[in-house]
Ligand binder design. Structure first.
Ligand code: SF4
Length: 235
């Protein structure tokens, strides 16, 4: 089986420039499940891309493993969506990952606004560590990154070596635009986070997500006003 340690840089390039190039997201997913089977997991943030990927994955591999990082700090709308997703895709194995400390325990130990004082530490404890622990059981993971989302994502390939988690990382939606994503959601009548209808193009934890009202890039509402732009899960 391909793993992060057996796949050479040359083979990675061959997959991206040859085997997978010009293939649809569904084809990339089908190849991924043929290659990795149940050693593949989708880390879903329940964003708009997540709805598309869940829909495609449920068709390609109905009992696929899916994880959602339940930081305990999501909007109520996000938890409502999680229930709707479980109902819409009953065959998928959807697991919510929780941090070691509850929000209350974190508050007692670090103060009640760690996301404002030390957001990197907060993300490390509430997102990175639970995901790292779960991903240690797998060989590859799927992410909904798209190239047009932000300047830091403009060169994202279909498959890459993710040294941070020692896994292969597959991003089937790299060529999709925001319009493509929403066209698929509406065409398939998929559930989605209703905050998207209220100027929240990208949604994370409630304390670190703001509306985007000025036409800035779609991730500009995340950690708005801070230096931080990523939660540390993606390079
Ligand atoms: Fe904490 Fe904000 Fe990161 Fe959520 S996004 S884990 S609240 S710093």
């Amino acid at each position: 089986m391909l793993t992060v340690s057996t796949l050479s840089d040359q083979e990675t390039e061959h997959l991206n420039e040859g085997v997978l190039v010009n293939h649809s997201a569904k084809d990339v997913l089908a190849w991924s499940y043929r290659t990795f089977g149940d050693q593949l997991v989708y880390a879903c943030s329940l964003g708009a891309e997540g709805m598309v990927l869940l829909d495609l994955i449920a068709e390609v591999h109905p009992d696929a493993h899916v994880v959602f990082l339940d930081t305990g700090l999501h909007f109520a709308e996000t938890y409502t969506l999680l229930d709707e997703v479980r109902e819409r895709f009953p065959t998928l194995n959807i697991k919510a990952l929780t941090p070691e400390n509850t929000v209350e325990e974190q508050k007692q130990q670090y103060g009640d606004r760690l996301w404002a004082s030390r957001p990197d530490l907060c993300c490390k404890m509430r997102k990175f560590e639970p995901l790292e622990k779960e991903l240690s059981h797998y060989t590859a993971w799927i992410s909904g990154l798209r190239r047009e989302q932000s300047p830091t994502r403009k060169d994202t390939p279909f498959i890459d070596k993710d040294q941070r988690f020692s896994l292969l990382k597959i991003c089937p939606l790299i060529h999709w635009t925001q319009e493509d994503v929403w066209a698929h959601i509406h065409e398939r009548d998929l559930p989605y986070n209703t905050l998207h209808d209220n100027h929240y193009p990208s949604i994370g934890c409630a304390p670190c997500t703001a509306q985007v009202l000025d036409g800035s890039d779609e991730r500009s509402g995340r950690w708005s006003g801070m230096q931080k732009t990523e939660c540390g899960l993606h390079w």
